[in-house]
Design a protein around this ligand. Structure first.
Ligand code: ZN
Length: 331
């Protein structure tokens, strides 16, 4: 019998932590709190406990009566053990924490933890732009480039939790520079991402005369805006980026033999983006079986939180739950 209890969900970002109670593909209660990701995660866990208890109470539930916990984390994780394997300068104590033990001691609930890009794809797969397709990839264009794959109806994790999770660090330019994030050569993320944009813009000879130079925040929203107005520097940066992201998406399609590509992240709101990536794939990727679908994310920044419902439910279905927990859940 399927477990229809709500799931406690948390999407741990670098700036904000999104907390929610998720149920039936919807976030039925939510709260945003500052991440303070430069501080130890251990110091934030009591906040998560308190906020989840309050959220559960707001919908007439006890947190301990929920069906499980799903956490989206911005790094590489071992979903089987529930351990964070490394950190990228955020929540640096996380690899030392036993989050499954914490969840059990606080709530008597099983916990699942997943890489944030993969959690977002799971959300889209179960209740967003990925519905009805069991072979798909997602590329999230934000500060960096997050990627994830579902193959044959299973999230692809690989031997070390990294399968398809580092698509932003595939080499696109073998003669390129060393990526300052991962050390690979000519990574997609190094060639075109919000983090790389200031460096890329400074290289353009006409950047000082471009409208981009007067932007207080240089991001791709500004690049697309000024490119549409005919700014030559912005046009070159936009077109270069579209080629990089199109090639990255094409590599993902070729590597994982998927039927659908979902594009997420704030940049996906630019109307030119999804058609440009779709056009690149249809022109350059051989797919004798038909055409790869390229769709924009439907769930936006709620995707990972909604992915946590499936993750938390999986944890609940596979956990070895003592009889004591069933008693608490039914009280
Ligand atoms: Zn890299």
């Amino acid at each position: 019998m399927s477990d229809l209890r709500p799931i406690l969900a948390a999407d741990l970002g670098g700036t904000l932590i999104k907390l929610g109670i998720v149920y039936g593909g919807r976030v039925v209660a939510r709260k945003l709190i500052p991440a303070r990701s430069d501080e130890p995660l251990a110091a934030r866990l009591p906040d998560l406990e308190r906020e989840w208890e309050m959220l559960a109470k707001s919908i007439g539930f006890m947190a301990t009566a929920c069906g499980g916990i799903g956490i989206s984390f911005p790094s590489i994780v071992d979903s089987a053990s529930g351990r964070v394997l490394t950190h990228f300068g955020k929540y640096t104590d996380a690899p030392q924490l036993d989050l499954k033990e914490w969840a059990w001691s606080c709530f008597r609930l099983p916990l699942a933890i997943e890489n944030d890009a993969r959690a977002a794809l799971i959300g889209e797969w179960r209740c967003g732009a990925g519905r009805g397709c069991d072979d798909l990839v997602m590329m999230t264009l934000g500060t960096g480039i997050g990627t994830a794959a579902v193959c044959g109806g299973r999230p692809l994790r690989g031997a070390h939790g990294q399968a398809c999770g580092v698509g932003g660090h595939f080499t696109l330019n073998h003669a390129g520079e060393v990526c300052d994030v991962c050390g690979n050569l000519g990574c997609a993320e190094h060639e075109a991402s919000t983090a790389a944009l200031p460096r890329l813009a400074q290289r353009e000879p006409d950047f000082p005369a471009s409208a981009l130079a007067r932007e207080t925040r240089l991001d791709y929203a500004a690049v697309f805006h000024h490119a549409a107005a005919g700014d030559a520097c912005a046009l070159r940066l936009r077109n270069d980026a579209l080629r990089v992201w199109g090639a990255t998406a094409a590599n993902l399609v070729l590597a994982f033999d998927v039927s659908r590509v979902i594009i997420g992240g704030g940049i996906a709101e630019a109307p030119e983006l999804v058609p440009a990536i779709r056009d690149h794939i249809h022109r350059h990727v051989r797919s004798p079986w038909g055409k790869v679908e390229v769709l924009k994310s439907e769930l936006g920044d709620a995707a990972a939180l909604l992915g946590c419902e499936w993750l938390g439910r999986q944890a609940g279905a596979t956990a070895c739950v003592p009889a004591e927990a069933h008693c608490l859940a039914s009280c």
